[in-house]
Design a protein around this ligand. Sequence first.
Ligand code: CTP
Ligand code: MG
Length: 257
Amino acid sequence: MGATEDAASRRPTPHRDIGAPYVGSSTAPGGSGDAGATWALLVAAGAGERLGLDRPKAFAELRGRPLLAESLERLDLSPWIDAIVVAAPNGWEEPVILLAEELAASKVVSCVTGGASRAESVRAALADVDEGALVVLVHDAARPLLEDQVVERVLGPLAEGFDGVVPAVPVSDTVKRVEGGVVAETLARDGLVAAQTPQAFLAPTLRRAFEGELAGVTDCASLVERRGGRVAVVDGDPRLFKVTTAADLALVEVLLA
Ligand code: CTP
Ligand code: MG
């Protein structure tokens, strides 16, 4: 992961190009004041109904640890990330904080209680981001196999005038819209991609996007698009699939072995 390299020498260019000085990292958990320019929101507040366990998906066991540990540790080790806010399932805030301590994830600034939908969980986490933040990256805890190259890829276009950046993979199946068990439309596959996370945004843009109505919103970028923001697409990673069912979790186990 290149974690031994000097983080400062690998800073992404957006920070310089956006015009604000890079202010460095504070590693004080829960510390106030300047925690740095690039913040990650890790949304982990979902129930995991389709996984069907006796606990939220973020606490499903993956190689002896909660699923959340994988993405939390990777974000904490990333030289691109300065500070992390985790959105926890209601009642699971304490276990999230304990996990961050166990992992010595020193970039975790706070843990908020998530909302009824993913978008509401993002909104809750966004409220804890410092005013001075330049870039906010939003990642699903349900996508554990986050490689640092993807983080690097989503930060790049923010320096080129884009408001947001989405990692995506090509859609390989033919996609149909179905109504009442009958095909209503077969979509032309050309130009269709499946959006993943982490999605990256200029902090003020994301804040404005989350001021309005959140009903029916499934990803952050769509809110930015709705307001006319320009969202770039970069290569995602097939390993960044979302853990939804028990089979997905088993596949992650295999890929980590
Ligand atoms: N999420 C969240 N708050 C919610 C719902 C979802 O923070 N109210 C997070 C999940 O924890 C997950 C990501 O958003 O990391 C993607 O959601 P999804 O895969 O749908 O997870 P769950 O909602 O937990 O699963 P399910 O829909 O099967 O209940
Ligand atoms: Mg869900």
